[in-house]
Ligand binder design. Sequence first.
Ligand code: C2E
Ligand code: MG
Ligand code: MG
Length: 729
Amino acid sequence: MSNPAPRPDDQGEKAVPDGGGRGFLGKLGARMAAPRPETAPGIQTREALLLLQNYEESGQGWFWSTDADGRLTYITQYVAEQMGRTATALLGASFSDLFLPVDSHGERQRTLPFLLTKQSKFDELPLRCAFEGDQRWWAVSGRPHFDGGGRFTGYRGSGIDITAQRRSAEDASRLAMYDSLTGLANRFNISKKLDTTLAAFAQQQRSCAIMLLDLDRFKQVNDTLGHPAGDALLKQVAERLLKIVGDKEMVSRLGGDEFQIILPDIEDRGKLGDMASDIINSLSQPYSVEGSRCIIGASVGVAISPFDGDNSDNLVRNADLALYAAKGNGRGRFSFYSSDLHQSAEDRRALEGDLRDALARGEMALSYQPIVNAKTNTVTGMEALVRWTHPERGPISPALFIPIAEEANLIWALGEWVLRKATEDAAAWPGEMRVAVNVSPIQFANAELPKIVTHALAASGLPPAQLELEITESVFLGDSAETSHMFKALKGLGVRLALDDFGTGYSSLGYLQSAPFDKIKIDQSFVRGATEAGSRNGAIIAAIVALAEALEMETTAEGIESLDQLDLIRKLNVSHVQGYVYSKPVSNDELLRHAESGNWTIKPTGPARQRTDRFHMFRKVGAIHDNHRYAVVMRNLSATGAFIEGIMDVPLGTQFVIDFGEGQLVTGTVRRSKQHQQGIEFETSMVSDGNGGLCTRHRVSPYLIAAAAQHSGGLSLPMFTTTSDWTGK
Ligand code: C2E
Ligand code: MG
Ligand code: MG
């Protein structure tokens, strides 16, 4: 042994090499072994010491002792070494300084210093090494010792290494609490957290939002690129989420491609909407997975406690409903929970059923929207847009039913019908107008697509060069071998390819160079953004146009409604325009009437500039003035104001609180007033509800409503006449 532990009673003694062992027991044993008349108890003691020495050397346990002040008088050498010290160096050190307390999962742990000062005995106290390095844990036991006079003389004790047990217990609890793939909290963990948070917050009258998140088209990644790719993608999704949310403990993966985020103390729907958009944008950027580039999207449902539920079950159920609505509205969106979503969820399920029979019942039709050369105003082609007229509900937007068709495996039949009908119609058009047909990414991923296109072309007699297929960039358009095969096969047929909805977050400029598109369609939202002050979209559009020209591609700006947008688009050299400024989609008959001569030119008409979005509607709301609530009808609504009907002759400058229901109150001032109609300007702007509608940033908390109900003095008499009083006169 290199460093015999010096003890007062063995000062100057030399350890015997073979009995040297690793501690004083070894040396004591050696001393005992000196030639002396041996007695039976002597042999016994010697045997005991040797056994103890062997035990120490085996590393299964160790010993320690202190003086009355808690200073080490002995410690087994190998433990000292595990602490990165030597036994000699540790002698005289305070025993309790060697350890950190180990958190013992909720049980209150008596601390070592406390036990030592109390001179209590202790058994298997879990302790962690206080020194840096390879972390070790021990279960330490100790007994106080007293001299003949009953005076405390110090401790003697032992310890065993419990590092392995600790580690496996920690691993097990990590497994039980965290998702092994992404390292995020798992479903069990987050739901416990939500339960405790909501319970505590209800007492403190605080609010808490949750977001449920589901990846769009993740299943296709798994199916086409394989599960390891899917796993790699999920990890990257988790990293992107953490970057935005910040608090690691509040983000969880519930399983599959579903995530949940807890956001304590946020009820501002403006902020939550911004955050949801950030998340969607970030997750929609391309991923590089095992060498392939792939693109997915995300939808988000948001519910806020206490407004949308006061316990975790309700809140999660309602966030789920909001998520379902966000998906139903075309994906890549967020949606706030509101009580009318229960109805729309049912509607959607019903629609899915009706959609199955819609084709057979002849409810589908095509309309055609002109695509116009921006310089000459001549129509160069048409985009075929599918229309569904539901027998009871009337026209239903493709933005609503196409995703349903994709999910319910109906997109194939529908897509084939559109292709056949569009090529058949286009073959009869005068001149050489092209027809553009939208192809769902799901159709694009099916190896049968070229065959179907060939059949449609053959049956209609339409020259292939007059057919353009519009595809949105998606997971299928990654750099995979299947994608390049499909591109080759389609180009081999002689048809043209257009990249649809460029600028919606799915597409990237670099990608254009490798994909054989003949045209890029710049999305409506991107063009609209370009006319806003401070927007960089204009510069990006200019870059797209330059790149497209270099690659000999055409460009089309979609959704141009106003003359100022058209002006901008022309200045940016976009070659084609599609939008209401030229024409809304028209029926095939109407198209034939216009295009009869084989040459169709349209003069652009529309508003001079894009107005702030106004929603025309007929919605019953409350208008509160001077403690009286009037029932009025809202005729239109923008973020900054509304037009209401129902109260007579209200003076300008009158203040109203508009009650939209569900705690949504907005204060506003009457700026225009004519008999029964008032234009009201809001004090604070409303915010997007993620589905093209508006909602208030804040809501009146149920806590406040409960408190107010206790002090309410009732409503006062009306100051104004209403139209219902008036018509009664
Ligand atoms: P898209 O391919 O980007 O089609 C353009 C959409 O913008 C059409 O909406 C069109 O009516 C609309 N639009 C055009 N100009 C304006 C304008 O100036 N202002 C406004 N506000 N809107 C304008 P639509 O017909 O509702 O179609 C929506 C989407 O549904 C299409 O977007 C396309 O992705 C999908 N879709 C439509 N028909 C089909 C189809 O036959 N097959 C597939 N797979 N998808 C289709
Ligand atoms: Mg399109
Ligand atoms: Mg588009």
